[in-house]
Structure formats: structure tokens, C-alpha cells
Design a protein around this ligand. Sequence first.
Ligand code: HEC
Ligand code: HEC
Ligand code: HEC
Ligand code: HEC
Ligand code: HEC
Ligand code: HEC
Ligand code: HEC
Ligand code: HEC
Length: 445
Amino acid sequence: MLRKLLTTLTILGGLLAFQGSAHAESACIGCHKKVTPGIVEQFLSGKMGKAGIDCSACHGSDHTTMTDYSKAKMPTPDTCKKCHPVQVEQFRAGKHDLGWIAFKAMPMVSHQPKAIVGDGYKGCSGCHKIGKKPPEEMAHYRYGNAQCDACHTRHAFSKAEALSPRACSNCHMGFDHPQWEMYMSAKHGIIWAIDGEKPNGRAPTCQYCHMPEGTHTVVTPWGFLALRLPTKENVLALIKVAPQLEKELRSLAEKLPSGHYVDLDDDPQWTLDRAIILQGIGVLDEKFQPTERLEVVLKARVVRGPEEFNKLRIAMKKRCYTCHSKPYIDKQFRAADEIIKAADHEFAKAIRAVQDLYRDGILQKPPGWKYAPDILQFYDNPTSVEQKLYLIFLEYRQRAFQGAFHISNDYSHWYGWAPLKETVVEILEKAKEMRELHQLKTSSK
Ligand code: HEC
Ligand code: HEC
Ligand code: HEC
Ligand code: HEC
Ligand code: HEC
Ligand code: HEC
Ligand code: HEC
Ligand code: HEC
């Protein structure tokens, strides 16, 4: 109640600050009815237009003629913050705000066309502009700094639109994160659609589970890549089964947070498999010690430690308990964690086979690369076995576990687990061939 009142007061304050421009028809609107009638119509149909807010509230008042429009400013969330501080602060605390720096941190980004990774917005940058740019890039990009228009598209800026799962579907779809397709092929999405796409019906929407009480802070326990920090306890338990690595593991354990993860945890084989995956993406070196990439990963909050993971997991389960029983849901989460564990085991086998090719000199590290194999080079990888590692990492493993959490059996199994296993067989077979060919070549020298 108090929060609602405070929100109303802030908005009123904001309105007063813009009083001078709150005419029914300002100069901006008058001229733009002719220049861009669609924009004016859409804006006036939304709540802000109806409340008498003017174009100048977001674009400033410097541009006034037919030719000086380069003086019009483009908004950022700080523009909205004057009137909507709560949503902006919540948004800044969540993962959406980190979308830009996370994608820019990928080593393959620097060798793609600007249209794909820059202000052409025809690929990675088109989706990742939901994140905040560092100041130097923001100053350089005229468009695409608004962030909030990812779900409340201009110029209607509608709450109803943002409450529909469709508002997430242009980004959360496709190759490596088909949440929209998984949701729509799971009972939750099917019921939502059959019941007329209402925001608060019998079945939950994306927003119900991920933006509870309308919070703009989105973040999940496992995250996009189902990576998390191994804990001190995880690593020490591994020493018992891999004593030959004791020195390296003790040194690694010292650098890690202490604790246990809720649901599935503390299986030494799993810890080892996951350490190999971290090597495959260059976050741990060959001696299992953190590289400088760990800093980047922590800065972009790609991985979580036990404290944050457990808090988020418990909160997410509480969301499910509103419609399901506790034991039913607890079983669901453990089963989904089991999928990650099984997928990690298969994946680690394949990474190992490729690591061995490098170790034995059958493959050579490409010039300029710091790590090899380096799965984060995605489709810029030099050999077919490494291309396949990248497919497992971003496509098959992702679908296997994301589908399990979103209850899409087809995605989880036929688009995830099945091709994952198939691809591991292909990698092992190909690695064997490469090894044989190499032996043939070296013995004939
Ligand atoms: C006399 C007519 C006129 C007035 C008054 C006017 N504009 Fe414009 N505005 C234009 C024209 C023309 C363009 C360019 C549109 C085009 O070429 O499609 C433009 C473009 C814009 C753009 C887009 C700029 C870009 O780089 O894409 C914004 C934003 C804008 N106006 C906002 C405003 C605001 C805010 C006001 C009031 C402070 C305003 N306009 C007043 C005529 C006007
Ligand atoms: C000058 C103050 C002001 C600024 C700046 C402002 N808003 Fe608003 N906003 C309002 C007012 C007033 C309302 C209407 C509140 C109501 O009627 O409940 C509103 C409502 C909204 C709503 C709810 C619409 C609905 O359908 O219920 C959204 C979403 C929104 N604004 C987004 C934004 C975004 C995004 C920005 C920045 C790009 C922004 N606002 C900038 C004052 C502002
Ligand atoms: C269709 C929109 C879209 C495109 C294109 C896209 N991404 Fe993403 N990206 C997303 C979404 C949505 C997520 C979050 C998915 C999830 O959490 O399951 C994401 C997540 C990521 C993450 C993980 C961030 C984290 O903290 O876990 C990285 C890194 C990333 N993308 C990099 C890239 C790169 C590099 C490209 C281009 C080569 C790219 N993305 C292309 C939408 C896109
Ligand atoms: C609540 C904030 C807000 C208000 C008020 C607002 N705009 Fe915008 N406008 C935006 C955002 C956000 C963008 C997208 C900027 C970007 O891509 O960086 C935008 C972009 C534009 C563009 C260029 C992009 C395009 O789609 O052509 C024009 C033209 C424009 N606005 C005109 C107007 C006019 C005319 C009004 C008043 C009727 C208005 N705006 C009111 C937020 C606002
Ligand atoms: C990921 C999608 C998404 C993004 C991005 C987003 N919003 Fe929202 N917004 C929503 C949803 C969903 C709601 C409805 C929440 C509810 O009532 O349950 C909402 C509601 C709102 C409301 C109306 C609050 C009310 O109850 O009247 C405002 C204002 C608002 N958002 C502002 C913003 C601002 C400012 C930004 C940028 C910092 C932003 N939003 C970015 C999804 C989004
Ligand atoms: C019934 C609740 C629920 C609904 C509905 C739902 N999700 Fe999820 N979502 C989850 C759970 C549970 C996880 C995994 C949580 C964890 O890591 O423990 C998750 C994870 C995610 C992730 C992280 C990567 C992943 O897929 O595991 C993203 C991104 C995401 N959901 C987006 C969406 C989008 C977009 C929609 C709608 C199209 C949606 N979700 C619908 C519960 C839901
Ligand atoms: C413009 C594209 C875009 C839209 C629209 C969008 N997202 Fe995202 N979302 C992303 C990107 C990119 C990321 C990854 C950010 C990062 O982690 O660096 C992401 C991350 C997330 C995450 C965090 C996953 C994690 O790693 O924990 C959740 C949850 C999520 N989005 C839910 C939603 C929901 C729900 C909606 C719709 C209401 C939505 N998103 C709309 C692009 C989008
Ligand atoms: C708003 C209510 C609601 C919430 C919240 C909710 N569910 Fe459901 N769920 C339903 C309904 C309704 C069904 C359909 C019942 C059926 O399958 O007979 C369902 C079905 C399911 C099913 C069975 C699907 C199948 O294909 O057999 C699972 C598993 C499930 N939900 C898990 C979850 C999980 C996990 C969460 C939290 C992340 C969750 N649900 C949150 C309403 C909800």
C-alpha cells in the first residue's frame, strides 16, 4: 500500500517537473502528427500519452524544426527513472542489465561483422541491447540504449503487453535458449493459450515464475549455461577419488566459497566433469587453477555461488507451491538437476578427447588463442570436433536441461539429450581417426 502511494507520488512529482510540456497538443505532437502519425497515435493510446506526458519528457526540447532532428535526445533507463525509480532500480539489479557486457565478453565477438555485434543490431546485439552499455559505447550509439522498450515497446509502453509471454519470445527462443518453444509445448503454455492468454489464469506465465510481484530483477539459480561455482567442499571431496590431483585441487579449494548446494550436490565425479567443462571454456587452466576469465564470468554474473543459488532456488520453488504440492515440486527440481549431471558427464568425455588431441600434438593451438580447445570461440572453432563441442555446449546440453525445467519432454529428450549422446559418439570416433592418421603420418616420416 505504502509502496503504491510512494510510486504515485513520484509519478506526480515527475509530472510536475514536466508540467510546462504537458499540453494536450504540444509543438512536438502537432508537427509529428504529420511527420510520424503512427508514433503519435500509439503514444496517445498508451497510459503515458493519456496522462498528458509529452514527447519532450523523453526526447528533450532542443529539436524544434523540420531539419534539426539530430538534436532530439534518445532515452535511457535514467530518463524513465525520474518517474519510475522502483522499476529501474529492480531492473539494474537483475541479469537483463548485464546482457550487453556478457555478450561482449565472448572472445569470438571481435571477429564478427559490425552489423551482427554492433549498432546494426542484426544478431547478437539486437537481443543483447536489453543490457546496459559502458559509457563510451553508449555515447557512440545513437539508438538502442533504452533497454526498457524490450518488453514495453514504444510508443505504447504498455503493461499488458509486457505481461504476455509473447513479449519475451523474440529473444528467448531458438537455437540456444528456446524457452518460448518449450513453454508453448508444455502444459503450462498450452493451458495459458487455451484459456485465452490471460496473465493470471490457471497456468503460470514466464512473468509469474520469473518476475514475481512484478519485480524487474530477473535471475535464475543455474542461469543460461547451467554453470555454478564449485564449492570448497565439492573440491575437497574430489581429492578422495582423484588423489593424483591433490596439490592442484587443494590450491583451487582455497579460492572457492564454502557451502553446499540444495537438491543435487557433492558427487565427486560430477565435480570433476564440471571442472573439465570449465577448462573447456578457459575458466580453469590445465592445472585446474582459475584464469583471468573467471573474473569476467563473475563480473557478468554468469555463475552463482551456493548462497545466491540456494536463495533463488528456494524462492522459485515457493512460486510453484502456490499450485502444486511441495513433494511433487521437489522431485521435479531434483530430476532436472539429474539431467544436468548426466549431460555434464557425457560432455566432459567429449572435451577430454579433444584436450588429448592438443596434448599429444595432433592438434595445434591456433595463433593468437590463449586456450585450446576454447568452446567460447563458438562457430569460429578450427576443426569439426571442436565445432561439435560448441554445439553440445550451446544447443544440446542447453535444451536437455532447459527443457527439463520448462517441462517440455520433446525439447529435453529429442532435441537435447538424444543429439547430445549422438554427438559425443561422433566426436570420440573422429578423434580416434585423427589420432590414427597422425600416427600414420609420423611413422611414415
Ligand atoms: C516542425 C516539425 C517538427 C517539430 C515541431 C518537432 N519535430 Fe521531431 N522530427 C521532425 C522531422 C521532420 C523528423 C525527421 C523524421 C523523418 O525524417 O522521418 C523528426 C524526428 C524526430 C525524432 C527522431 C530523430 C532520429 O534521429 O531518429 C524524434 C525523437 C523527434 N523528432 C522528437 C521530437 C520532439 C520531442 C519534439 C518536440 C520537442 C519534436 N520532435 C518536434 C519534425 C518535427
Ligand atoms: C515524466 C514522468 C514519466 C517519465 C519520464 C516516464 N514515465 Fe512511464 N508513466 C508515467 C505516468 C504518469 C504513467 C501513468 C501512470 C498511471 O496512469 O497509472 C506511466 C506509466 C508507465 C507504464 C505503465 C503503462 C500501463 O499500461 O499501465 C509503463 C510501462 C511506463 N510508464 C514505462 C516508461 C518507460 C519505459 C519510460 C522511459 C523510456 C517512462 N515510462 C518514462 C510517467 C512517466
Ligand atoms: C535471439 C536473441 C539472441 C541472439 C541473436 C543472441 N543472444 Fe545471447 N542471449 C539471449 C538470451 C535470451 C539469453 C539468456 C538465455 C538464458 O538465460 O537461457 C542470452 C544469453 C547469452 C549469454 C549468457 C549470459 C549469462 O550471464 O549467462 C552470452 C554470453 C550470450 N548470450 C552471448 C551471445 C553472443 C556472443 C551472441 C552472438 C554470437 C548472442 N548471444 C546472440 C539472446 C540472444
Ligand atoms: C516514455 C518515453 C518516450 C516518450 C514520451 C516518447 N518517446 Fe519517442 N522514443 C522512445 C524510445 C525508448 C525510443 C527508442 C530509442 C532508441 O532506439 O534508442 C524512441 C524513439 C523515437 C523515434 C525514432 C525511432 C523510430 O521508431 O522511428 C521517434 C521518431 C520518436 N521516438 C518520436 C516520438 C514522438 C513524436 C513522441 C511524442 C508523441 C515520442 N517519441 C515520445 C521513448 C519515448
Ligand atoms: C523483461 C520485460 C520487461 C522489461 C525489460 C521492463 N519491464 Fe516494466 N514491466 C514488465 C512486466 C511483466 C510488468 C507488469 C508487472 C506486474 O504488474 O506484474 C511491468 C510493469 C511496469 C510498470 C507498471 C507498474 C505498475 O504496476 O503500474 C512500469 C512503470 C514499468 N514496468 C517500467 C519499466 C521500466 C522503467 C523499465 C526499464 C528499466 C522496464 N519496465 C523494463 C516487464 C518488463
Ligand atoms: C512454471 C514456472 C516457469 C515458467 C512458466 C517459465 N519458467 Fe523459465 N525457468 C523456470 C525454472 C524452474 C527455471 C530453472 C531454475 C533453476 O535454475 O533452478 C527456469 C529457467 C529459465 C531461464 C534460465 C535458463 C533455463 O532455461 O534454464 C530463462 C532464461 C527462463 N527460464 C526464461 C523463461 C521464459 C522466457 C519463459 C516463458 C516463455 C519461462 N521461462 C517460463 C520456471 C519457469
Ligand atoms: C530484447 C531481448 C530480451 C527480451 C525481450 C527478454 N529477455 Fe530475458 N534475457 C535476455 C538476455 C540477452 C539475457 C541474458 C542476460 C545476461 O545474463 O547477461 C536474458 C536473461 C534472462 C533471464 C536470466 C537467466 C539467467 O541467466 O539467470 C531471465 C529469467 C529472463 N531473461 C526472463 C525474461 C522474461 C520473463 C522476459 C519477458 C517478460 C524476457 N526475459 C524478455 C534478452 C531478453
Ligand atoms: C499458477 C499455477 C501453477 C504454477 C505456479 C505452477 N504450475 Fe505446474 N501446472 C499447473 C497446471 C494447471 C498444470 C496442469 C495439471 C495437469 O497436468 O494435470 C500443471 C502441470 C505441471 C506439470 C505436469 C506437466 C505434464 O506434462 O505432465 C509439472 C511437472 C509442473 N506443472 C511443474 C511445475 C513447476 C516445476 C512449477 C514451478 C517452477 C510449476 N509447475 C508452477 C499450474 C501451475
